[in-house]
Design a protein around this ligand. Structure first.
Ligand SMILES: Cc1cc2nc3c(=O)[nH]c(=O)nc-3n(C[C@H](O)[C@H](O)[C@H](O)COP(=O)(O)O)c2cc1C
Length: 299
């Protein structure tokens, strides 16, 4: 069985440096973190920063968050012009202030609005359109199959399913049987997502659901070598961590680089003896270099 392992979009995590590291470890097609369509169209500087792609990342999809079809279409056109290889619509974000605006997972409970958005996006761009959905809004309204069929009818090239409902957030176990039901219901490739922490888990998900590829989110935090699909020796892990830190320093603005270095090094501490106190020291570190000193002292 060939494993097509992909890095899941994660806000404030899967920026260009982390995506490139994942790609260098063997990750398949990449997806940006969610990009607010309205902020992008308004020219917000921080949002524009999210659209940056590094050489070697392609193919990379840009993921849009929004609810207004015309704003989403304009944002998608701009992302396509900027070099996005695909546009992905976020229909899974559970955050209260997002769903309050009818965006993210709120689109799961408004199939008509979702269809109109997808139709408008499909007409607006030439590159493939994809969508990332949840199982549904809550356990009384599990409708991933219905939404997937609508998305297929509206011309999406593929869809990703994180089968928890919006109400579940991250609680409980991801019900992979919903991924399987979506695979059975549509002909476009389905990417399965949820609770995959190893290549063995990914193979199990592919066997259990028939999905075409597997997307890994939390399992890649502090462990981008998961995309190798095999054991990665300690010295090679160290090389990957150094490479990641160097990419952050080179490509992110200094303030963001400091935050990202600390955040990722804290994840890389996972499993090391003394990780808890090292994390505290990491977050107190005044510079990225100081944070790295703390980390390598622990390593
Ligand atoms: C910190 C964090 C940020 C996330 N941001 C996004 C996002 O921007 N877009 C999106 O579609 N999903 C987002 N997700 C959801 C993940 O893509 C994925 O669906 C979820 O974590 C389940 O997969 P996992 O069990 O492999 O982590 C985020 C998840 C986490 C943990």
């Amino acid at each position: 069985m060939t494993l097509d392992l992909r890095l899941a979009p994660m806000a404030a995590v899967t920026n260009a440096p982390f995506r490139l590291v994942a790609r260098e470890c063997g990750a398949g097609p990449l997806t940006s973190e969610e990009i607010d369509a309205r902020a992008l169209v308004a020219g917000n500087a921080r949002t524009l920063e999210l659209t940056r792609v590094l050489p070697g990342e392609q193919p990379v999809a840009m993921q849009l968050l929004g609810a207004d079809p015309d704003v989403l279409a304009e944002a998608a056109r701009r992302l396509e012009a900027a070099g996005a290889d695909a546009i992905d619509l976020n229909m899974g974000c559970p955050v209260a202030k997002v769903v309050a605006k009818g965006q993210g997972a709120a689109l799961m409970r408004d199939p008509l609005a979702a269809a109109l958005i997808l139709r408008t996006l499909r007409k607006a761009i030439g590159v493939p359109l994809t969508v990332k959905i949840r199982g549904g809004w809550d356990d009384r309204t599990v409708n991933a199959v219905e939404i997937a069929r609508i998305a297929e009818r509206e011309g999406v090239a593929a869809l990703t399913v994180h089968p928890r409902t919006r109400s579940q957030q991250f609680a409980g176990v991801a019900p992979w049987e919903i991924v399987a039901a979506v695979v059975d219901a549509v002909r476009v490739p389905v990417v399965g997502n949820g609770d995959v922490r190893s290549a063995a888990d990914a193979a199990a998900m592919m066997r259990a659901t028939g999905c075409a590829a597997v997307m890994i989110g939390r399992g890649a935090l502090g462990a981008p070598w998961i995309f190798r699909g095999a054991h990665v020796p300690r010295d090679e892990r160290a090389r990957i961590i150094r490479r990641h830190c160097a990419l952050i320093e080179t490509h992110l603005a200094p303030r963001l680089a400091l935050v990202q270095t600390k955040k990722h090094l804290a994840w890389y501490c996972h499993g090391l003896a003394g990780a808890a106190s090292a994390r505290e020291a990491l977050f107190r570190a005044p510079t990225a270099a100081a944070a790295q000193d703390v980390f390598w002292g622990l390593w």
